[in-house]
Write a protein that binds this ligand. Sequence first.
Ligand SMILES: Nc1ncnc2c1ncn2[C@@H]1O[C@H](COP(=O)(O)OP(=O)(O)OP(=O)(O)O)[C@@H](O)[C@H]1O
Length: 719
Amino acid sequence: MSDAVRESEIAAEQAYLDRVYTRLDQLRISAAEVEKAGYSLARVGNFGALVERDAMVYHAARRRRALESEHDGLVFGRLDLGPDGVSGADAAAVPPAVPGGEVRYVGRLGLRDETYESLVVDWRAPAAAPFYRATPTDRMGVVRRRSIRSTAEKVVSIEDDLLDPSSAPESMAVIGDGALLANLSRATGRGMKDIVATIQREQDDAIRSPASGVTIVRGGPGTGKTAVALHRAAYLLYADRNRYESGGVLVVGPSEVFVGYVSRVLPSLGEDTASLRSLGQLVEGVHATRHEPPEVAAVKGSLRMQRVLGRAARGPVPDSPDRIRILYRGELLSLDKPALDDLRRTVLNLGVKRNAARAKAAGHVLDALWRQSVELLPSGRQQKREEFAPDIAERPEFIRFMRGWWPVLRPAEVLGWLADRHRLSRWANGVLSNKEIGVLAGSISVGDLSVEDVALLDELHELLGDPPVRKRQPRDPFQVAEGVREVTTYADRMAAARAQAVERPTDYRDYAHIIVDESQDVSPMQWRMIGRRGPHATWTIVGDPAQAAWADAAESGRAMDGAVGTRRRSSFTLTTNYRNSAEIFEVAARVIRRVQPDIELPTAVRSSGVAPVERVVASQELESSVRAAAQSLLDQVEGTVGVITPTSRRDEVAKWVADLAPDRLQTVGALDSKGMEYDGVLVVEPSDIREEAETGFRTLYVALSRATQRLTTVGTRAF
Ligand SMILES: Nc1ncnc2c1ncn2[C@@H]1O[C@H](COP(=O)(O)OP(=O)(O)OP(=O)(O)O)[C@@H](O)[C@H]1O
């Protein structure tokens, strides 16, 4: 294809883009004007005008925000359809390249011109589906599919796929080697790439799969599972905005590093309404980032913790009073430990959560004391239960006793009790081994909560219940400040309500859809925690069993079943690795094949011709070799470099390379490298990563499959 043809095709697309951006500007200006006009309607003063004003302002402001945020790369695709693909409603007003056919432009949002002709079809709309799904064998009416890359309103390049050569007129130009490969070879920034322009068919199947039930997406490293999960969130919010915006979509990722890495993709997909959280952030007020060593994580994540915590949450409060004595009309009324233990069990068996049962517990103690008083006192000096109870309940010694015996319990406090090995042995008797009890007791540090602790806190919250809340004065919804009523518009209140809905509280518990990424690493206790966030939710679960750090897959599977319930399941498998060069993936594949020779691995589509570097050095040279290798990767790649270390050595290695290029280089422990991607990767002490845990070979497989362009390993032993 000559340069002249390419230039003239680019010029034609530029002319179309100019039309689109002119229209975008018009719409933006008119949305801003409507918003302003809406506010001025307030002066009319009657109720109808106020309602109209509010609706106008709300919709106009929302539209303006969308138009502004989708500016870059607004149009990225063009379909030339033959006569069999014509729909009419979505055709752009340009002459069809195929006689009797139509042209359709695909972009980040849908736009129409003044006469309501289609300018751009939203990528999530059914009319855009052929852009992602058409293949030479199932053309869906498409003759030529064109990807358009633009920056700042200028077309930079175009790439074509000719799907139906026999229907293409001779004059039809076909340009480039395909958009996908062009996209893949671009350097990675600090955040994940938005792949909206190059979604592949098998990915699109999963993205557009019906929202009902449970959608399970599996695939090896780099197959686009995370990309699919995020695009699916955007798709669901588009396909059924009412349902998913009001209920909310929760995306759960493994770590905070990961959440930071992917968080920019959702706004770039036009969605600011999904909540993105790491496993350490799912409980209100807690922000854990530290991972436990594998032997601790194994105990804390196991379903057996349910029983241990259940016993702790029902047991006597450590160091609380173990008897009550009250002098009443000359007689000593008293309840000792066995009687109090019986009362506690009776109250907890009523099915009320501990923190909500304080008044009931006090009532049972008063009952027992009153029965004693009746036995001990002659009938003339006895009181009725109704007179006795308030009399005793107000006594300071009774109040003091109740505060100690049945205090309001916070989950973190009860978790802290497990640090006492002696006590823990009682609760864990017959559930955990002696060794596990020692490991668990030694790991509890309430001042420094780990990611694994968060699921335990959530379980305890479930067992203990909320602390009782004092009733507040009901607020006047129209009161915006002391003495000031109704100065806000309905639109402002809608906006405030929407902001609240988007910024849902961390422990919001009724999401309409939950997407779990890196699901293979979710421990059974974490599944229970996630499940509590969506008792009525539909689910998308994305993961790769071969990358699992959790050793007991069966236990994890059971916990997942418990969380998502018996809803209908549909499964998708992704088979192409878009991240690694074939040379890099071969190194990772070698590690996993050694333990799982029959494993089905994805195919890496790119070959770079650059072999990974594997270095073995003496231990005294480790630091200098790591520095040198990191520096040379920084010289070789344009984008980011990840230094991946054994989890226990992250801080030490981070210091070695801290001064090299803080804006481009990141040091992460192997467990935190889950889901991440860098242009160059240096894996430090690979054999230690493999030996750090029973599942270490899988963690090493993860670490070795993070690079897009260059991979170096430096260690004191071969791996
Ligand atoms: N259709 C696509 N077009 C362009 N790039 C893609 C496409 N699909 C995936 N990629 C790129 O491939 C890389 C890997 O994608 P992603 O991180 O979603 O994979 P993953 O399956 O979650 O990987 P892992 O399990 O290894 O964490 C990313 O850079 C992503 O942008």
